[in-house]
Write a protein that binds this ligand. Structure first.
Ligand SMILES: Cc1cc2nc3c(=O)[nH]c(=O)nc-3n(C[C@H](O)[C@H](O)[C@H](O)COP(=O)(O)OP(=O)(O)OC[C@H]3O[C@@H](n4cnc5c(N)ncnc54)[C@H](O)[C@@H]3O)c2cc1C
Length: 304
């Protein structure tokens, strides 16, 4: 594979920013992560399609990055290409039928806010969730019982090497932090079905949800949100707390004293520090309760 050849071919494109050895700590909410060998911010569909075709020709593997709010990147970085969707992928518009169509790179917080102003309800469970629409659809973001998939009327994806494909929301299986969308496909755009409601009522709901987050979550320190998925009927935070691990540290990382399912970067934490605490919490819960916790956070650059 030749990252160098791919870089030489792609650099200078008018609708993409192409960089080598881009530190991914700049692109993750954890503020952790070594360099990506190649980094491409694609501002248009044409730029994305061209990037994928050059990477395929050069045999360079790639991954799509949203705002990196659910991602732990290895200290050694990633030896492929990280692609972000920007420019035309960040646009959104409302339809007369109460739908919201947005590009995958659109900020989820902005969509929540603009839907509120437009008097359209549905996105309230996403209030306070950082990231992009693409990341939210890919993760089926939301709460334990309410998730963005329930709003999706359709999703347009790019199947690399094939072209675009439109899924009806009803064709996709949506579960707690999971979807049946293949990970090999790139989400380009989604249309959400919202319902008219008074902006005041929506604002009240959003404010209450944001308040609950501020009361329960360690929002002052960099993190990736919940580290593990909650097992059915159980709270991971309570399980980890029962193992006496609230406040446990490794280097600059800490199992949050406020919420044990958050591991925060108290300053200078490495990915290795976070991984060490993830393993400690996982093993403690397995040994004490016989539960095999599954990670919600996605890992990049740690090998197969
Ligand atoms: C303080 C805090 C609170 C949080 N609270 C919540 C919460 O309440 N509920 C919740 O669900 N999550 C929560 N999260 C986690 C995170 O914000 C969500 O998972 C979010 O949807 C991830 O979006 P992103 O754009 O940052 O995606 P990234 O972290 O950049 O990527 C996540 C995954 O999605 C994939 N992906 C991203 N964009 C695309 C695309 N266009 N096409 C295909 N794949 C794509 C990536 O490859 C990766 O596998 C929280 C995180 C933080 C830091």
């Amino acid at each position: 594979m030749s990252v160098f050849n791919a870089y030489m071919t792609l650099s200078g494109a008018v609708d993409a920013d192409v960089r080598r050895d881009e530190r991914l700590s700049r692109h993750t909410t954890y503020r952790i992560g070594g360099p990506a060998a190649l980094f491409v911010a694609a501002h248009s569909y044409a730029a994305l399609a061209r990037t994928l075709s050059v990477l395929a020709a050069e045999g360079v593997e790639w991954v799509i990055l949203g705002k990196g709010s659910n991602l732990l990147v290895a200290d050694e970085g990633y030896d492929g290409c990280v692609i972000t969707l920007d420019g035309e992928f960040s646009r959104h518009s409302f339809g007369e039928d109460g739908t919201l169509t947005a590009g995958a790179g659109a900020s989820l917080a902005r969509l929540v806010n603009d839907a509120l102003k437009a008097g359209l309800s549905g996105l309230e469970p996403c209030a306070g969730i950082p990231g992009t629409l693409g990341g939210a659809v890919s993760m089926n973001a939301g709460t334990r019982r309410e998730w963005i998939g329930g709003l999706v009327r359709d999703v347009v994806v790019l199947r690399p090497g094939e072209g675009m494909h439109r899924y009806a929301g009803s064709e996709i299986e949506w579960g707690y932090r999971s979807t049946s969308l293949p990970t090999s496909e790139i989400i380009l755009e989604a249309t959400l079905e919202l319902k008219p409601a008074s902006p005041e009522r929506i604002a009240e709901d959003v404010d209450a949800r944001l308040r609950r987050r501020r009361e329960r979550q360690p929002l002052g320190a960099p993190s990736c949100g919940s580290v593990f998925r909650n097992p059915a009927g159980q709270s991971v935070g309570a399980l980890i707390e029962s193992c006496g691990l609230k406040g446990a540290t490794c280097g600059g990382a800490q199992i949050s004293p406020e919420h044990a399912n958050f591991i925060v970067n108290r300053g200078g934490a490495t990915a290795a520090d976070v991984i060490s605490l993830i393993s400690r919490a996982h093993d403690a819960v397995r040994d004490r309760f016989g539960i095999d916790l599954l990670c919600e956070v996605k890992l990049l650059g740690f090998g197969a």
